[in-house]
Design a protein around this ligand. Structure first.
Ligand code: SAM
Length: 305
Protein backbone atom coordinates (compact mmCIF):
# COMPACT_ATOMS: atom_id res chain seq x y z
CA UNK A 1 0.00 0.00 0.00
CA UNK A 2 1.30 3.47 -0.88
CA UNK A 3 1.26 6.40 1.48
CA UNK A 4 -1.82 8.58 1.15
CA UNK A 5 -4.31 11.00 2.65
CA UNK A 6 -7.87 9.82 2.04
CA UNK A 7 -11.10 11.49 3.12
CA UNK A 8 -13.45 8.68 4.12
CA UNK A 9 -16.54 8.27 1.99
CA UNK A 10 -19.61 6.24 3.03
CA UNK A 11 -18.93 4.01 -0.02
CA UNK A 12 -16.47 2.23 2.28
CA UNK A 13 -19.40 0.65 4.14
CA UNK A 14 -20.41 -1.39 1.08
CA UNK A 15 -16.88 -1.91 -0.19
CA UNK A 16 -15.80 -3.45 3.14
CA UNK A 17 -19.12 -5.00 4.19
CA UNK A 18 -17.74 -8.20 5.85
CA UNK A 19 -15.39 -6.18 8.09
CA UNK A 20 -18.08 -3.60 8.85
CA UNK A 21 -20.49 -6.38 9.87
CA UNK A 22 -17.85 -8.10 12.02
CA UNK A 23 -16.90 -4.86 13.81
CA UNK A 24 -20.51 -3.84 14.42
CA UNK A 25 -21.25 -7.33 15.83
CA UNK A 26 -18.23 -7.30 18.14
CA UNK A 27 -19.11 -3.79 19.35
CA UNK A 28 -22.63 -4.98 20.25
CA UNK A 29 -21.26 -8.05 22.04
CA UNK A 30 -18.72 -6.03 24.05
CA UNK A 31 -21.07 -3.08 24.56
CA UNK A 32 -18.65 -0.61 22.99
CA UNK A 33 -20.33 2.53 21.64
CA UNK A 34 -18.88 3.49 18.26
CA UNK A 35 -18.30 7.11 17.26
CA UNK A 36 -20.46 8.23 14.32
CA UNK A 37 -17.66 7.76 11.74
CA UNK A 38 -15.87 4.81 13.41
CA UNK A 39 -17.16 2.17 11.00
CA UNK A 40 -15.60 4.20 8.18
CA UNK A 41 -12.37 4.65 10.15
CA UNK A 42 -12.12 0.96 11.04
CA UNK A 43 -13.03 -0.26 7.54
CA UNK A 44 -10.34 2.00 6.09
CA UNK A 45 -7.64 1.01 8.59
CA UNK A 46 -8.36 -2.71 8.32
CA UNK A 47 -8.46 -2.59 4.52
CA UNK A 48 -4.78 -1.70 4.45
CA UNK A 49 -3.53 -3.55 7.52
CA UNK A 50 -1.66 -6.82 6.98
CA UNK A 51 -2.80 -9.00 9.92
CA UNK A 52 -0.75 -12.04 10.97
CA UNK A 53 -1.10 -13.95 14.26
CA UNK A 54 1.86 -13.12 16.50
CA UNK A 55 2.61 -9.74 14.96
CA UNK A 56 2.82 -6.68 17.22
CA UNK A 57 0.45 -3.77 16.60
CA UNK A 58 0.49 -0.57 18.64
CA UNK A 59 -2.98 0.93 19.07
CA UNK A 60 -2.19 4.60 19.71
CA UNK A 61 -4.80 6.34 21.88
CA UNK A 62 -6.69 3.05 22.23
CA UNK A 63 -8.96 3.84 25.19
CA UNK A 64 -11.31 0.84 25.42
CA UNK A 65 -11.75 1.04 21.63
CA UNK A 66 -12.95 -1.90 19.58
CA UNK A 67 -9.92 -2.28 17.27
CA UNK A 68 -7.58 -3.70 19.95
CA UNK A 69 -10.13 -6.43 20.78
CA UNK A 70 -10.74 -7.19 17.10
CA UNK A 71 -6.98 -7.59 16.55
CA UNK A 72 -6.54 -9.73 19.69
CA UNK A 73 -9.28 -12.06 18.37
CA UNK A 74 -7.00 -12.60 15.36
CA UNK A 75 -3.94 -13.49 17.41
CA UNK A 76 -2.26 -10.09 17.17
CA UNK A 77 -0.18 -8.93 20.16
CA UNK A 78 -1.60 -5.49 20.86
CA UNK A 79 0.38 -2.75 22.60
CA UNK A 80 -2.41 -0.48 23.81
CA UNK A 81 -1.25 3.03 24.73
CA UNK A 82 -3.34 5.82 26.15
CA UNK A 83 -2.82 8.70 28.57
CA UNK A 84 -6.06 7.84 30.36
CA UNK A 85 -6.22 5.65 33.46
CA UNK A 86 -7.54 2.22 32.48
CA UNK A 87 -6.68 0.33 35.69
CA UNK A 88 -10.35 -0.52 36.19
CA UNK A 89 -10.84 -2.04 32.73
CA UNK A 90 -14.35 -3.55 32.81
CA UNK A 91 -14.73 -7.25 33.50
CA UNK A 92 -16.35 -7.91 30.12
CA UNK A 93 -13.00 -7.12 28.48
CA UNK A 94 -10.59 -8.74 30.89
CA UNK A 95 -12.66 -11.90 31.34
CA UNK A 96 -12.47 -12.52 27.60
CA UNK A 97 -9.09 -11.09 26.58
CA UNK A 98 -5.58 -11.68 27.94
CA UNK A 99 -5.08 -8.13 29.19
CA UNK A 100 -1.58 -7.42 30.51
CA UNK A 101 -0.11 -4.44 32.24
CA UNK A 102 -2.57 -4.67 35.13
CA UNK A 103 -1.61 -5.35 38.73
CA UNK A 104 -3.39 -7.66 41.22
CA UNK A 105 -4.50 -4.53 43.11
CA UNK A 106 -6.46 -3.48 40.02
CA UNK A 107 -8.97 -6.28 40.62
CA UNK A 108 -10.20 -4.83 43.91
CA UNK A 109 -13.54 -3.94 42.31
CA UNK A 110 -13.94 -7.49 41.02
CA UNK A 111 -13.03 -8.93 44.39
CA UNK A 112 -15.62 -6.73 46.06
CA UNK A 113 -18.35 -7.72 43.64
CA UNK A 114 -17.53 -11.45 43.39
CA UNK A 115 -16.14 -12.20 46.80
CA UNK A 116 -17.61 -9.75 49.22
CA UNK A 117 -21.03 -11.30 49.57
CA UNK A 118 -20.19 -15.03 49.60
CA UNK A 119 -17.19 -14.62 51.94
CA UNK A 120 -18.89 -12.34 54.45
CA UNK A 121 -18.49 -13.61 58.01
CA UNK A 122 -15.58 -16.01 57.39
CA UNK A 123 -12.98 -14.99 59.96
CA UNK A 124 -9.81 -16.17 58.18
CA UNK A 125 -10.59 -14.77 54.73
CA UNK A 126 -7.31 -13.76 53.09
CA UNK A 127 -8.39 -11.02 50.70
CA UNK A 128 -4.88 -10.67 49.18
CA UNK A 129 -4.75 -14.36 48.27
CA UNK A 130 -8.28 -14.23 46.95
CA UNK A 131 -7.44 -11.19 44.81
CA UNK A 132 -4.40 -12.98 43.37
CA UNK A 133 -6.56 -16.01 42.55
CA UNK A 134 -9.14 -13.88 40.76
CA UNK A 135 -6.33 -12.11 38.92
CA UNK A 136 -4.81 -15.45 37.81
CA UNK A 137 -8.16 -16.73 36.59
CA UNK A 138 -8.89 -13.53 34.73
CA UNK A 139 -5.54 -13.39 32.99
CA UNK A 140 -4.82 -17.10 32.27
CA UNK A 141 -8.15 -18.55 31.11
CA UNK A 142 -7.94 -21.41 28.57
CA UNK A 143 -10.64 -19.84 26.46
CA UNK A 144 -8.39 -16.87 25.73
CA UNK A 145 -5.27 -18.81 24.81
CA UNK A 146 -5.54 -18.17 21.06
CA UNK A 147 -6.20 -14.48 21.46
CA UNK A 148 -3.27 -12.10 21.29
CA UNK A 149 -2.24 -10.32 24.47
CA UNK A 150 -3.44 -6.74 24.93
CA UNK A 151 -0.81 -4.92 26.97
CA UNK A 152 -1.97 -1.65 28.49
CA UNK A 153 0.42 1.26 28.96
CA UNK A 154 -0.56 4.56 30.47
CA UNK A 155 1.57 7.06 28.59
CA UNK A 156 1.69 10.13 26.40
CA UNK A 157 2.05 9.10 22.75
CA UNK A 158 4.70 11.77 22.33
CA UNK A 159 6.95 10.06 24.89
CA UNK A 160 6.73 6.27 25.01
CA UNK A 161 9.97 5.53 26.87
CA UNK A 162 8.77 2.01 27.77
CA UNK A 163 8.64 0.95 24.10
CA UNK A 164 11.98 0.17 22.43
CA UNK A 165 12.80 1.72 19.05
CA UNK A 166 11.79 -0.30 15.97
CA UNK A 167 9.95 -2.93 18.07
CA UNK A 168 6.45 -2.52 16.59
CA UNK A 169 5.28 -4.12 13.32
CA UNK A 170 2.34 -1.79 12.58
CA UNK A 171 0.67 1.20 14.25
CA UNK A 172 -3.04 2.05 14.20
CA UNK A 173 -4.80 5.09 15.66
CA UNK A 174 -8.58 5.41 15.49
CA UNK A 175 -9.80 8.97 15.94
CA UNK A 176 -7.14 9.58 18.59
CA UNK A 177 -4.33 11.76 17.19
CA UNK A 178 -6.78 14.63 16.59
CA UNK A 179 -6.70 15.25 20.35
CA UNK A 180 -3.31 16.89 19.82
CA UNK A 181 -3.05 20.44 18.59
CA UNK A 182 -1.43 21.11 15.21
CA UNK A 183 1.87 22.13 16.87
CA UNK A 184 2.06 18.94 18.97
CA UNK A 185 1.07 16.51 16.23
CA UNK A 186 4.49 16.27 14.47
CA UNK A 187 6.15 15.30 17.78
CA UNK A 188 3.59 12.55 18.34
CA UNK A 189 4.11 11.21 14.80
CA UNK A 190 7.88 11.33 15.26
CA UNK A 191 7.61 9.17 18.40
CA UNK A 192 5.30 6.70 16.62
CA UNK A 193 7.87 6.41 13.82
CA UNK A 194 10.64 5.81 16.37
CA UNK A 195 8.98 2.68 17.77
CA UNK A 196 7.89 1.39 14.34
CA UNK A 197 10.13 -1.10 12.56
CA UNK A 198 11.38 -0.17 9.07
CA UNK A 199 8.84 -1.40 6.52
CA UNK A 200 5.92 -0.94 8.94
CA UNK A 201 3.20 1.72 8.63
CA UNK A 202 1.18 4.15 10.69
CA UNK A 203 -2.55 3.94 9.74
CA UNK A 204 -4.41 6.73 11.47
CA UNK A 205 -7.81 8.36 11.15
CA UNK A 206 -8.25 11.98 12.21
CA UNK A 207 -10.69 14.87 11.82
CA UNK A 208 -10.35 16.77 8.51
CA UNK A 209 -11.07 20.35 7.50
CA UNK A 210 -11.12 21.80 3.97
CA UNK A 211 -10.07 25.34 4.87
CA UNK A 212 -8.30 25.85 8.20
CA UNK A 213 -7.33 23.91 11.33
CA UNK A 214 -10.13 24.24 13.85
CA UNK A 215 -11.09 22.70 17.17
CA UNK A 216 -14.41 20.89 17.40
CA UNK A 217 -15.36 21.68 20.97
CA UNK A 218 -18.09 19.01 21.56
CA UNK A 219 -15.70 16.15 20.70
CA UNK A 220 -12.63 18.10 21.90
CA UNK A 221 -10.80 17.16 18.71
CA UNK A 222 -8.97 19.03 15.96
CA UNK A 223 -9.95 19.06 12.31
CA UNK A 224 -6.80 19.43 10.21
CA UNK A 225 -6.14 20.73 6.72
CA UNK A 226 -4.17 18.78 4.13
CA UNK A 227 -1.00 20.94 4.56
CA UNK A 228 -1.07 20.44 8.34
CA UNK A 229 -1.27 16.66 7.95
CA UNK A 230 1.39 16.57 5.20
CA UNK A 231 3.70 18.49 7.50
CA UNK A 232 2.95 16.42 10.62
CA UNK A 233 3.35 13.05 8.89
CA UNK A 234 6.18 14.11 6.57
CA UNK A 235 4.18 13.38 3.41
CA UNK A 236 5.53 15.28 0.36
CA UNK A 237 3.31 16.75 -2.38
CA UNK A 238 3.67 13.62 -4.55
CA UNK A 239 1.73 11.54 -1.99
CA UNK A 240 -1.90 11.24 -3.12
CA UNK A 241 -4.80 13.03 -1.47
CA UNK A 242 -8.52 13.43 -2.25
CA UNK A 243 -8.97 16.64 -0.18
CA UNK A 244 -10.06 18.27 -3.47
CA UNK A 245 -13.31 16.25 -3.13
CA UNK A 246 -14.05 17.52 0.40
CA UNK A 247 -17.46 19.07 -0.44
CA UNK A 248 -18.66 16.05 -2.47
CA UNK A 249 -17.68 13.60 0.25
CA UNK A 250 -19.26 15.79 2.93
CA UNK A 251 -22.54 15.75 0.95
CA UNK A 252 -22.35 11.96 0.71
CA UNK A 253 -21.74 11.63 4.45
CA UNK A 254 -24.65 13.94 5.27
CA UNK A 255 -26.89 11.87 2.98
CA UNK A 256 -25.80 8.50 4.38
CA UNK A 257 -28.87 6.84 5.92
CA UNK A 258 -26.72 4.00 7.27
CA UNK A 259 -24.48 6.34 9.29
CA UNK A 260 -27.42 8.51 10.39
CA UNK A 261 -29.63 5.61 11.49
CA UNK A 262 -26.94 3.80 13.47
CA UNK A 263 -25.80 6.57 15.79
CA UNK A 264 -24.65 5.09 19.11
CA UNK A 265 -26.90 5.61 22.12
CA UNK A 266 -24.20 7.72 23.80
CA UNK A 267 -24.92 10.61 21.43
CA UNK A 268 -28.53 10.90 22.54
CA UNK A 269 -27.66 11.32 26.21
CA UNK A 270 -25.87 14.66 26.02
CA UNK A 271 -25.08 17.73 23.98
CA UNK A 272 -21.42 17.49 24.80
CA UNK A 273 -20.21 15.13 22.08
CA UNK A 274 -19.52 14.81 18.36
CA UNK A 275 -23.24 14.70 17.47
CA UNK A 276 -25.00 16.73 20.21
CA UNK A 277 -28.31 15.19 21.36
CA UNK A 278 -28.16 12.62 18.58
CA UNK A 279 -29.18 15.14 15.92
CA UNK A 280 -27.60 14.02 12.63
CA UNK A 281 -25.44 17.00 11.69
CA UNK A 282 -21.86 16.03 10.74
CA UNK A 283 -19.51 19.00 11.10
CA UNK A 284 -16.34 17.48 9.70
CA UNK A 285 -15.01 14.51 7.74
CA UNK A 286 -12.72 11.77 8.85
CA UNK A 287 -9.44 11.35 6.97
CA UNK A 288 -7.25 8.27 6.81
CA UNK A 289 -3.48 8.82 6.77
CA UNK A 290 -1.14 6.03 5.75
CA UNK A 291 2.54 6.74 6.44
CA UNK A 292 5.07 3.97 5.94
CA UNK A 293 8.49 4.02 7.55
CA UNK A 294 10.63 4.26 4.47
CA UNK A 295 11.13 6.57 1.54
CA UNK A 296 10.27 9.93 3.08
CA UNK A 297 12.41 12.07 5.31
CA UNK A 298 11.58 11.44 8.98
CA UNK A 299 9.59 14.14 10.74
CA UNK A 300 12.33 16.35 12.22
CA UNK A 301 12.52 17.07 15.92
CA UNK A 302 12.39 20.83 15.14
CA UNK A 303 8.86 20.26 13.89
CA UNK A 304 7.72 19.02 17.26
CA UNK A 305 7.41 22.62 18.44
C1 SAM B 1 -11.84 9.60 20.96
S1 SAM B 1 -10.86 8.51 21.91
C2 SAM B 1 -10.69 7.15 20.77
C3 SAM B 1 -10.34 5.89 21.51
C4 SAM B 1 -10.16 4.64 20.64
N1 SAM B 1 -9.11 4.79 19.65
C5 SAM B 1 -11.42 4.16 20.00
O1 SAM B 1 -11.38 3.70 18.86
O2 SAM B 1 -12.47 4.18 20.66
C6 SAM B 1 -9.24 9.25 21.83
C7 SAM B 1 -8.24 8.64 22.79
O3 SAM B 1 -6.93 9.03 22.41
C8 SAM B 1 -6.18 9.29 23.58
N2 SAM B 1 -5.08 10.22 23.22
C9 SAM B 1 -5.11 11.25 22.33
N3 SAM B 1 -3.92 11.87 22.25
C10 SAM B 1 -3.10 11.22 23.12
C11 SAM B 1 -1.73 11.41 23.48
N4 SAM B 1 -0.99 12.38 22.95
N5 SAM B 1 -1.20 10.54 24.38
C12 SAM B 1 -1.95 9.55 24.92
N6 SAM B 1 -3.25 9.33 24.62
C13 SAM B 1 -3.83 10.16 23.73
C14 SAM B 1 -7.19 9.91 24.55
O4 SAM B 1 -6.76 9.78 25.89
C15 SAM B 1 -8.44 9.08 24.24
O5 SAM B 1 -8.55 7.94 25.07
Amino acid sequence: MSDKLELLSPDLLDEERPVVTAIAGLARELRVGLGWHYLLDLAWILRGLPIEPGMTVLDAGAGYGILQWYLSDRGVKVVSVDRSDRASVPLRFRSRYPVRGLQPGDVSTVVRSLGGEVRRGRPAFDSGRYARGVFERLTRSETRRKRGTVTFHRSELGRMDMIPSESIDQIVAVSALEHNDPQELPGVVQELLRVLRPGGSVSATLGASATHDWFHEPSRGWCYTEPTLRHAFGLPEGVSSNYGRYDDIMSAVRASAELRDNLAALYFRSGNNGMPWGKWDPQYLSVGVLRSKNGHEPVSSDDAG
